[in-house]
Design a protein around this ligand. Structure first.
Ligand code: HEM
Length: 159
């Protein structure tokens, strides 16, 4: 029954973006097991992000990328994103998504993560997914629209 209600509202265009979730999930599913490669790619492009991690600051990226702490941390970040992406498309859990994003932003603000740094992380992640998953206009649109909304919420905390 819940499914039918959601489907009806979605088809009627009442619910925002539920048509976009499948594109995000399809792209994410192609890269979600590349945890180490994703974090490596972000750190390689933005060493200033690596420097914010006490465990990795000032260390040679080529060496740390093959260590267990690096894999653990990469998995934490990617798992968080998987958790959010799994929830997309079900408007009844939007408040859960928002709460998870706000908590993540608060935890990171306390660590000194700025909006600018987060933007860089976001660029690094976007570049990775665009170059490692099948990418088309609908995927680009879905990733941008939902990403923009989530970032706007995160930035209300980081600013
Ligand atoms: C913008 C750059 C970022 C910096 C500098 C940063 C930094 C950190 C640091 C220092 C920790 C603690 C590491 C430890 O326990 O050893 C951490 C934990 C974590 N980060 Fe980030 N992070 C960033 C972006 C992100 C993003 C974009 C996500 C998710 C999409 C994320 C998700 C997490 C998670 C899930 C944890 C573990 C839970 C926690 O301790 O809060 N981080 N981050």
């Amino acid at each position: 029954m819940k499914f039918l209600v959601i489907l009806t509202l979605c088809v009627a265009g009442v619910l925002t973006h539920c048509d976009k979730a499948p594109y995000i999930k399809a792209a994410w599913n192609q890269i979600k097991h590349n945890e180490v490669d994703i974090l490596y790619s972000v750190f390689k492009t933005y060493p200033e992000i690596q420097d914010k991690f006490p465990q990795f600051a000032g260390k040679d990226l080529e060496t740390v990328k093959d260590t267990a702490p690096f894999a653990v941390h990469a998995t934490r970040i990617v798992s968080f994103m998987s958790e959010i992406i799994n929830l997309l498309g079900d408007p009844t859990v939007q408040s859960t998504i928002d709460a998870l994003l706000v908590k993540m932003a608060k935890d990171h603000k306390a660590r000194g993560v700025t909006k600018e740094l987060f933007d860089k992380f976001n660029n690094g992640m976007n570049n990775y997914i665009k170059t490692h998953a099948a990418w088309d206009e609908k995927t680009e649109d879905a990733w941008k629209v939902i990403g923009d909304e989530q970032r706007a919420l995160i930035y209300t905390v980081l600013e």
